[in-house]
Design a protein around this ligand. Structure first.
Ligand code: GTP
Length: 279
C-alpha cells in the first residue's frame, strides 16, 4: 500500500536511476496500471523513463472495471510501439493474450538482430496495481515478494517465465501522481492509498456523489433503493437505513456506512465501474 513507502525526493531520484539502469538490460517494459483508474494509477514520468522501449500496458483488475470503458482505454493506449491489454490476475484472464503479445515482440526483435535469444522484461507500476500478482501469473509460481522497497540495490536476478522469457525478479515500484489531488482521491477510492489521508466519511460521500451521477442504477440496485437522495448525504442515509446501520437514539452510523460503501466498491460488489473516461 502507498502508505508503506516513504517517497521523498532523494528516494524518487534513486528509484528513477535504478529503473533506468534496469531498463538498459531489458527489451521491453510491462507497465501495470489499474483498469478502473488508468491515468490516476500511472506514474507521472513513466513515459519519459521508458523512452523508446517497447511497452506493454497491463490494465490489471479488469474484472472490477467497466468493460466498455476498458475497450476505449485499450484503443487510447495502443499507439506506436505501445500495446495495451486487459488482465485479471485473480482469474488469469488476459494472460494468454499477454503471452502472445510478448511472443510477437520477441519475434520482431529476433528478426532484426543476428543474435537470437529469449525476450528480457521488467515490470513497473505504482503500489498496489498488482505487479507481484502478475509476476506470479507469468512464472506460475508464488515467487514474487510483495512490499519490496524501491531504491534498494542488489544483484540482478532473473525469473524464467513459462515460455522461456526472462523477467527481472523485482518489480519497479514507482510513485503515484502526488501533485494531482484527483489522482489521490481515485487511488483512495480504489484502496491504494491509506484511508487516513481523507476522512473515510468524506471519501465515501465523494464516491456516492460520483456513482450517483455516473452509475445511479448500480448504486440503487446494490442498496435496494427505490430512488436516490437529493444529495449524496441523503443517499448515504438511505443506504444506512436499508442496511440497518443505526445506533442507539436513532443516530445514523455514518462511519460504518462509509466503510461499507468503500469496501463494496473496492471488491466490485457495486458493479464493474471505471472512474476515468478515456480522452
Ligand atoms: N480484483 C482483482 N484484484 C487483484 C488483481 N491483481 C491483484 N489484485 C489484488 O490487488 C492487491 C495488490 O496486489 P499486488 O500483486 O500485491 O500488487 P503490487 O503492485 O505488487 O503491490 P506493491 O507491492 O504495493 O507494489 C492484492 O490484494 C491482490 O490480491 C486483479 O486482477 N483483480
Amino acid at each position: 500500500m502507498l502508505g508503506t513507502i516513504n517517497w521523498y525526493p532523494g528516494h524518487m531520484k534513486k528509484t528513477r536511476e535504478l529503473i533506468k539502469d534496469n531498463l538498459k538490460m531489458v527489451d521491453a517494459v510491462i507497465e501495470v496500471i489499474d483498469a478502473r483508474i488508468p491515468l490516476s494509477s500511472r506514474n507521472p514520468i513513466i513515459d519519459e523513463m521508458v523512452g523508446g522501449k517497447t511497452r506493454v500496458i497491463i490494465m490489471n483488475k479488469s474484472d472490477l472495471a467497466d468493460e466498455a470503458a476498458s475497450e476505449k482505454w485499450i484503443n487510447y493506449f495502443s499507439k506506436g510501439n505501445d500495446k495495451a491489454i486487459c488482465v485479471d490476475c485473480m482469474s488469469g484472464n488476459g494472460i494468454k493474450k499477454l503471452m502472445s503479445v510478448l511472443a510477437d515482440i520477441q519475434e520482431k526483435r529476433n528478426s532484426e538482430r543476428s543474435v537470437k535469444r529469449n525476450l528480457r522484461l521488467m515490470i513497473v507500476g505504482v503500489p498496489n496495481v498488482g505487479k507481484s500478482s502478475l509476476i506470479n501469473r507469468l512464472t506460475g509460481k508464488k515467487s514474487a515478494k510483495t512490499g519490496d522497497r524501491p531504491g534498494v540495490t542488489r544483484g540482478k536476478q532473473w525469473l524464467t517465465l513459462k515460455n522461456g522469457m526472462q523477467l527481472l525478479d523485482t518489480p519497479g515500484i514507482l510513485w503515484p501522481k502526488f501533485e494531482d489531488p484527483k489522482a489521490g482521491i481515485d487511488l483512495a477510492f480504489c484502496g491504494s492509498i491509506r484511508d487516513e489521508i481523507l476522512p473515510v466519511e468524506e471519501l465515501a460521500l465523494e464516491l456516492i456523489k460520483w456513482l450517483q451521477e455516473k452509475y445511479p442504477k448500480l448504486l440503487m440496485e446494490r442498496y435496494k433503493l427505490d430512488e436516490l437522495g437529493e444529495t449524496p448525504l441523503d443517499s448515504m442515509e438511505l443506504i444506512a437505513a436499508k442496511r440497518g446501520f443505526i445506533m442507539s437514539g436513532k443516530r445514523i452510523d455514518y462511519e460504518r456506512t462509509a466503510r461499507t460503501v468503500l469496501d463494496e466498491f473496492r471488491s466490485g460488489k457495486i458493479g464493474k465501474i471505471t472512474l476515468e473516461v478515456a480522452p
